[in-house]
Design a protein around this ligand. Structure first.
Ligand SMILES: Cc1ncc(COP(=O)(O)O)c(C=O)c1O
Length: 394
């Protein structure tokens, strides 16, 4: 990208004041600190293997994707054209029929979940939201924000929803439409709720009015690239889906994609004169850089690149399991998941590797920046922390 003359020279307006020396030094220190931190991130599903510095010249513009990316807007410093290409990519790989679905880039997985459940609540104002106890904490917050009725369903020890508890609960509430939040990759176990079983249950109970939202924060960009995916997309009968962009793809700022059946979106769309377009999104002003980031990743990697990326992550996950086992530590993962579940390590190992614990388990997630050398070091630290007496290690 050729650098343009500074914007203020073109417009004849004064430049921004320079950054004071002390502030610049603080930023340099922060950069060094972030370099160190990123080398030890193994507990959260954020890829670290990217460099989007090509967009630095665009930091001089007030880019804003306010409004519907598929409509014209009065505000033209936007990246709608890139956003539409990103949505088309996700539609293809999440098996969404193009004419019948719509989407936009979100601030992350949580916003996509909020969007899906918002559409569901508009369709079924008296609907009850069902989600398993292994669901990301955003679900409980979202049902409070929406004022929706919700019921938490028991979860199996391996992270999937307990289908017997779901059946019994649905049976008792057959008079109100269920709004299912299905986990396509739970946060702690990487478990995928079985959409086929959920559909079969609804059929068995003769429930015809229902809505299924898929929370596919991480696995939504894993399952399209494996040979034998669990059902996860629109072809498996979902109404909406949320995927994070900063997880498998990787982004310097949190972002995501929400897709939904167009008929549900049309129900909430309102025309707004101020921005000159349809108001179909949750946020008004929206990040216009994230579509550029996702677009750039798609251009650089392509379908073959993503397939390889996922295969590599899964191979490193298997390497981790083997190494933990060698060290006498039980470790496992679900099919098509790069989330490796381990016993909760002691505090020093948790802190050093930014590992997220939950009760007596924890996980490492083999994102693309996680090397076999990192795994060796993590296994050694976890083993050491588990071998310490309980009082010292907790
Ligand atoms: C299953 C699941 N859903 C939703 C989210 C929330 O995503 P975000 O942090 O992008 O809002 C996460 C985040 O880890 C997650 O694991």
């Amino acid at each position: 990208m050729n650098p343009l003359p500074p914007k203020h020279l073109l417009a004849g307006i004064p430049p921004m004041p320079a950054l004071p020396a002390a502030a610049a030094a603080r930023l340099t220190g922060f950069l060094t600190e972030m370099e160190a931190q990123s080398a030890s991130l193994i507990g959260y599903p954020c890829s670290q293997d990217f460099d989007y510095s090509e967009f630095a010249p665009l930091l001089r513009f007030s880019l804003n994707n306010v409004g519907d990316p598929f409509a014209e807007s009065n505000y033209r410093e936007n990246t709608f054209a890139f956003e539409r290409e990103v949505i088309a990519f996700f539609q293809k790989h999440l098996r969404a029929p193009v004419g019948e679905t719509w989407g936009y880039t979100t601030a992350g997985g949580t916003e996509g979940n909020l969007y899906g459940l918002y559409l569901a609540r508009e369709l079924y104002p008296d609907g009850v939201v069902y989600y398993s106890e292994h669901t990301h904490y955003s679900a409980a917050k979202i049902v409070r924000v929406l004022g929706a009725r919700s019921i938490m369903i028991r979860g199996r020890a391996d992270g999937e929803i307990d289908y017997d508890d779901l059946r019994e609960t649905l049976k008792i509430h057959r008079d109100v439409p269920p709004i299912m939040l299905a986990n396509i990759g739970t946060t702690m176990h990487g478990a995928v709720d079985d959409l086929k079983k959920i559909h079969a249950l609804l059929k068995e109970l003769a429930i015809a009015r229902f809505y299924i939202h898929a929370d596919a924060a991480l696995s939504g960009m894993i399952l399209p690239w494996v040979d034998d995916p669990q059902p996860f997309g629109f072809d498996a009968g979902i109404d909406s889906i949320s995927v994070s962009g900063h997880k498998l793809i990787g982004s310097p700022m949190p972002c995501g994609v929400a897709l939904a059946r167009r008929s549900h979106v049309d129900r909430v769309a309102r025309s707004v004169e101020y921005v000159g377009c349809m108001d179909t999104t949750i946020a008004g002003s929206r990040n216009a850089f994230s579509p550029l980031i996702l677009w750039s990743a798609i251009q650089r990697r392509g379908e073959a690149g993503f397939r390889q990326r996922v295969a590599d992550c899964l191979a490193v996950a298997d390497y981790a399991i083997a190494k933990f086992k060698e060290a006498g530590i039980r470790a496992w993962r679900h099919r098509n998941a790069n989330t490796v579940v381990i016993p909760r390590p002691g505090p020093a190992a948790l802190k050093r590797w930014q590992i997220a614990p939950s009760h007596d388990i924890a996980h490492i997630i083999t994102m693309p920046h996680v090397t076999r050398a990192m795994i060796d070091a993590v296994v050694a630290d976890v083993a050491q922390s588990l071998n310490q007496p309980k009082e010292a290690s907790r």
